[in-house]
Design a protein. Structure first.
Length: 255
C-alpha cells in the first residue's frame, strides 16, 4: 500500500511539475508576445511621428516661401503703387480728395500683407516669445469686425518652449482659428492659456458646432492636422462640441 501511495504522490508531483513548467512557458511566451507587440506598436508610432514631422517640415518650408513672396513681391509692388499715388497727388492737387482714400486703402493692404507674411514665417516666430506671437496674431485678426477674439493668458508663465514646440503650438492655434473662421459661423472666440502646472491652451467659439465622432470618422483634414501636429511634440488634443452651442478645443502638455 505504501508503494502505491508513494507512486501516486510521485505521479502527482511529476504532473504538478509539468503543469508548472507549462505555466511558466506560457507566461514567458505571453510576455514575449506583449514585448514584441509593444516594440511593433512603438515602431509604428515612431514611423507615423517621423512621417508627420516630414509633412510639417514641408508645410513650414512652403509657408516660409509664401511669406517671402508676400514680403518681396506683393509688398514691394504695393509700396510702388502707393509711391505712384503720392506722386499723382502732388502733381494733380485737384485729385487729392479722390486719391486720399485709395492711398489709405493701399497702405492698409500693405500692413495686412506684412502681418500675414510675418505670421507665416517661422523664423520670425522663433525670434520672439510664443505668447507675444499669439497676441500679435489676435490683434491682427480682430481687425475683422465680424468675429471678435478674446485672449486670456494666465500669469505667471514660466515655461521655456523649444523651437519645435513654439512652431507646432502656434500652427495649431492658427489651424483652429482658421477652421472657426471657415466653418463655425461664430461671433465670439475665446483663447485661454495657462501653464499651471503644465501648458494648456483652450480655444472656444460660439459657432454652430458639430458631431465630434462623425468628424473624426470622416478624418476631417483640419482636425487631423491638429491632432497630428500635437503628437509630434507629445501633446494631446481634446475636442468637445455641441450642435448650435459651439466648440471647445483643448491642447495640453501630456505628462
Amino acid at each position: 500500500m505504501s508503494d502505491i501511495t508513494f507512486g501516486i504522490i510521485t505521479i502527482l508531483l511529476f504532473v504538478t511539475l509539468i503543469v508548472l513548467f507549462c505555466a511558466i512557458l506560457i507566461k514567458l511566451y505571453v510576455r514575449k508576445i506583449k514585448n514584441y507587440t509593444k516594440v511593433i506598436y512603438q515602431k509604428d508610432i515612431d514611423f507615423q511621428k517621423s512621417l508627420n514631422e516630414t509633412i510639417i517640415e514641408t508645410q513650414e518650408h512652403v509657408l516660409n516661401n509664401i511669406s517671402q513672396d508676400l514680403h518681396d513681391d506683393a509688398g514691394q509692388q504695393l509700396t510702388y503703387i502707393n509711391f505712384q499715388l503720392e506722386n499723382l497727388k502732388l502733381e494733380s492737387t485737384e485729385l487729392e480728395t479722390f486719391l486720399k482714400p485709395v492711398s489709405q486703402s493701399v497702405t492698409n493692404l500693405m500692413e495686412t500683407v506684412r502681418s500675414i507674411s510675418h505670421s507665416l514665417n517661422n523664423q520670425l516666430l522663433l525670434q520672439q516669445d510664443l505668447y507675444k506671437a499669439i497676441t500679435n496674431e489676435v490683434e491682427r485678426l480682430n481687425k475683422n469686425k465680424k468675429v471678435r477674439l478674446h485672449l486670456n493668458i494666465e500669469k505667471p508663465i514660466n515655461k521655456i518652449f523649444n523651437n519645435e514646440e513654439k512652431i507646432v503650438i502656434y500652427r495649431i492655434f492658427q489651424e483652429i482659428i482658421n477652421n472657426i473662421f471657415k466653418h463655425a459661423k461664430a461671433k465670439e472666440i475665446t483663447i485661454h492659456i495657462e501653464n499651471i502646472p503644465f501648458f494648456e491652451m483652450t480655444i472656444t467659439d460660439d459657432g454652430k458646432g458639430f458631431v465630434v465622432e462623425t468628424a473624426l470618422e470622416k478624418e476631417s483634414l483640419g482636425l487631423k492636422n491638429i491632432i497630428n501636429r500635437a503628437a509630434i511634440i507629445d501633446y494631446k488634443v481634446k475636442i468637445e462640441s455641441k450642435i448650435n452651442e459651439g466648440t471647445s478645443i483643448l491642447l495640453y502638455e501630456y505628462k
